[in-house]
Design a protein around this ligand. Structure first.
Ligand SMILES: *Cc1c(COP(=O)(O)O)cnc(C)c1O
Length: 220
């Protein structure tokens, strides 16, 4: 059973703030996705490229599909011709390969750079020095088929709200720094993807523009 009450509450909370909701549908049956679709939800996120590809054929064509999980370079081909936003770019090499696949499909693919902001070792993402290096690299200038739209990050999995708040605040300050000092003025750099079921309220308070919510609305 999907949790319509929670969904409506979240949508209400986001509406006045202009924050977008990515409904994270990983491991959920298509029927549950349809229920949210009927309520007007159009952005869904998956963490595996093959699942995203399968969804495309199961569900209505006007859904925006987001890739939120770690992306292996050999899986880019599954999603390059339809994905709306890739949240999880964590190297220049991956970006180059996305650019190549997007070029082959005559598309421009929007991407976010994933930053490692959590204490856990296991979470993917770049650190501040790596992201600044990437943004200054000469190869980036020639990539006509990707658009860097912002950053994504995941906070530490903990009840310590102060810690989570600090991590999101850091990501927001880095976002502002990059936008001011590393991104060309004419480039659209407008997306800060942070916040999940357990911490989205903190993320919004710290400046998130896009939250990724799964279990709170889909159930476990
Ligand atoms: C699963 C997942 C989410 C959603 O997590 P919930 O706690 O279920 O809301 C968000 N972002 C990423 C990258 C995920 O893999």
């Amino acid at each position: 059973m999907v949790n319509i009450d929670n969904y409506c509450k979240v949508v209400d909370e986001l509406r006045n703030k202009g924050v977008k909701l990515v409904a994270v549908s990983k491991r959920q049956p298509a029927e549950k996705i349809s229920e949210f679709y009927k309520l007007g939800q159009r952005i869904f996120g998956e963490n595996r490229a093959q699942d995203l590809k399968r969804r495309l054929h199961e569900l209505p064509a006007d859904i925006e599909w987001h890739m939120i999980g770690h992306l292996q370079s050999n899986k880019i081909k599954y999603i390059a011709d339809f994905v709306s936003l890739i949240h999880s770019v964590d190297s220049l090499k991956l970006l180059e390969m996305i650019n190549q696949e997007a070029f082959n499909g005559q598309r421009v693919v929007d991407c976010l750079l994933q930053l490692h902001i959590a204490a856990e070792e296991t979470k993917f993402g770049m650190d501040e020095a790596e992201v600044k290096n990437l943004l200054q690299s000469s190869e980036l200038i020639n990539m006509q088929n990707i658009r860097l739209r912002g950053l994504m990050g995941m906070a530490t999995f903990t009840d310590d709200e102060i810690r989570v708040g600090k991590e999101f605040r850091y990501l927001k300050s880095l976002f502002d720094d990059l936008k001011k000092n590393f991104i060309k003025e004419q480039q659209v750099f407008d997306t800060l993807s942070m916040g999940m079921s357990d911490d989205y309220k903190i993320a919004i308070a710290e400046g998130s523009t896009m939250v990724r919510i799964g279990t709170l609305i889909f159930g476990k």
